[in-house]
Design a protein around this ligand. Structure first.
Ligand SMILES: Cc1cc2nc3c(=O)[nH]c(=O)nc-3n(C[C@H](O)[C@H](O)[C@H](O)COP(=O)(O)OP(=O)(O)OC[C@H]3O[C@@H](n4cnc5c(N)ncnc54)[C@H](O)[C@@H]3O)c2cc1C
Ligand code: SF4
Length: 331
């Protein structure tokens, strides 16, 4: 491991000051991703700002009738929080589909969506990788790319984003609360992550001095009709090959709102609002769900080893929509 310095921040303003006054500094929360990457020499911060003592460890009502999730609440405490289970069971189910109980006890709401890709070449410092070392090339495009993206890729990078929680936050249309040197701002969760383009080293639209302080969930939590379907190689302790988060609002047998976010297929949680609109006013039938699935995958491009994901994603979407149209109880 490379040498680095370390400080513990007592409040958000000090955390932002600390990160701004060091080059190559990083925040550390649960450390379950950052420390792993430091151990294998993929990330080499010169300074760590420990944010675990900031007052961002609460889940409370927000001004719009939804919930505010503090960035330092652990994934476990979030998933098992009574209000989250009751009003946002999709989020609870999605978090519990990720990692292991031990990891969820350490992992934080801020750190989870900011974890980095699980592309094997990104972890292997002996191979070229534009995300790890800009300009060096992408080993995955012509390499073993079974777990890689089929949507929103570029010639520079075909990595997927690995977070499960992020997929639910995208479907719920959460807002991201951010603080930085220029003050506070809010951004739509859909705008947090970037597509790779020709700058795949930048995973998000956060400035280097910005800290996520929390998320605002809107009042609509789809507590009656929701699901998270995660398709993976092993039933536990594995990242998604394809995942689907669904929230439906159904009244008198007609779909009023449909939200569908895909994981494991792109550099960010993938939504196609125009395809969701195809279900508005329609009945929850397999035929209508298939229309949405086809529209979601219309622009998909397979690489040598991952073309199977296109059909897998279509079938997973239909199955998830069928499950969600039938759910009525909380987990
Ligand atoms: C074996 C294993 C299996 C796993 N399986 C899954 C899985 O199936 N699904 C899944 O979703 N995840 C999985 N994970 C990943 C795990 O969920 C993440 O490592 C964890 O959620 C990261 O949270 P953290 O608080 O530990 O982040 P850290 O490691 O502390 O930080 C991660 C990144 O976020 C930044 N950061 C942290 N907090 C903030 C903040 N508030 N504002 C700005 N920047 C911040 C850090 O600087 C760092 O760059 C797995 C991990 C392991 C080791
Ligand atoms: S897909 Fe992205 S992360 Fe993986 S090797 Fe290519 S550039 Fe690196």
């Amino acid at each position: 491991m490379n040498p680095f310095t370390y400080t513990k921040a007592e409040n958000v303003a000090k955390a932002v000051d600390e990160i701004s006054s060091h080059s190559r500094a990083k925040f550390i929360a649960g450390g379950t991703n950052l420390l792993d990457l430091m151990k294998v020499n993929v990330m080499r911060p010169s300074h760590l700002v420990d944010i675990t003592h900031l007052d961002l460890d609460k889940i409370e009502e927000n001004a719009t009738g939804g919930l505010r999730l503090g960035a330092l609440v652990t994934n476990a405490d979030t998933a098992y929080h009574p209000e989250v289970k009751k009003r946002y069971p999709l989020l609870s189910k999605t978090i519990l589909a990720g990692a292991s109980a031990q990891l969820r006890n350490m992992a934080t709401n801020g750190g989870n969506p900011l974890q980095r890709t699980r592309c094997y070449y990104f972890y292997d410092t002996a191979t070229p990788c534009n995300k790890r070392e800009p300009g060096s090339g992408c080993s995955a495009i012509n390499g073993f790319n079974r777990i890689h993206a089929i949507l929103g890729t570029s010639e520079s990078c075909i990595a997927t984003h690995p977070s499960d929680m992020a997929v639910a936050l995208a479907a719920l249309e959460a807002q991201v609360l951010v603080s930085g040197k220029k003050g506070e701002r809010t951004l739509n969760f859909a705008d947090l992550h970037r597509l790779p383009g020709n700058t795949p080293e930048q995973d998000t639209n956060l400035a280097p001095d910005e800290i996520i302080t929390g998320y605002d969930l809107p009042a609509q939590g789809f507590a009656q009709h929701y699901t998270y379907l995660k398709i993976r190689d092993r039933e536990s302790y594995a990242f998604a090959l394809v995942s689907v988060a669904v929230g439906l609002a159904i009244e008198s047998g007609s779909i009023i709102t449909a939200r569908v976010a895909l994981g494991g297929v792109a550099h960010k949680p993938w939504r196609v609002p125009e395809a969701e609109a195809l279900l508005t006013g329609k009945t929850p039938t397999r035929e209508n769900f298939t229309l949405l699935a086809e529209a979601y995958l219309q622009r998909a491009q397979g690489y040598q080893h991952n073309t199977f994901k296109i059909e897998l994603a279509k079938q997973a979407i239909v199955r998830a929509l069928e499950q969600a149209s039938q759910t009525k109880a909380n987990p």
